[in-house]
Design a protein around this ligand. Structure first.
Ligand code: HEM
Length: 118
């Protein structure tokens, strides 16, 4: 399935309830997403993550394109699944603070294409 960064920029408006990207971006409800594609989960300085998001990063979760596409469909389920696969189900504690899901797969792919440019 093709990805369209321009369409993804429009999708990102939904994320802007909680996230910013760009040179002046600051942490809001959610962490800044500059350079998120390729970075390790839970590592934005000055942002207080939930335990489950933090623990997934400690267990090695990297925000590849594919992982973000899966995560956005069900953040809690994705983080729990990741930790469980790593044999660290005991670290899948509590709830992620990201209480938002993006059910449309094409929108997920497009928004990741947009984030890759940031
Ligand atoms: C975390 C992406 C929408 C609130 C994250 C992370 C990503 C992400 C990749 C993990 C960051 C990291 O580990 O450094 C997105 C995208 C969105 C979106 C692409 C739109 C499609 C939202 C919305 C909200 C939100 C609308 C608020 C209602 C949060 C919060 C966290 C987070 C609070 C921290 C999670 C935690 O510590 O458990 N988001 N997000 N996000 N997001 Fe979003």
């Amino acid at each position: 399935m093709a990805q369209d960064a321009a369409k993804g920029e429009a999708v990102f408006k939904k994320c802007m309830a909680c996230h910013r990207v760009g040179p002046d971006a600051k942490n809001l409800v959610g962490p800044i997403l500059n350079g998120v594609v390729g970075r390790t989960a839970g590592k934005v300085e000055g942002y207080k993550y939930s335990d489950i998001n933090h623990n997934a990063g400690e267990a090695g979760l990297a925000w590849t394109e594919d992982n973000i596409v899966k995560y956005l469909a069900d953040p809690q389920g994705f983080l729990k699944g990741y930790l469980t696969e790593k044999g660290k189900a005991d670290k899948a504690v509590g709830a992620t603070k990201m209480a938002f899901k993006l059910p449309n797969e094409q929108e997920r792919k497009d928004v990741v294409a947009f984030l890759k440019t940031k």
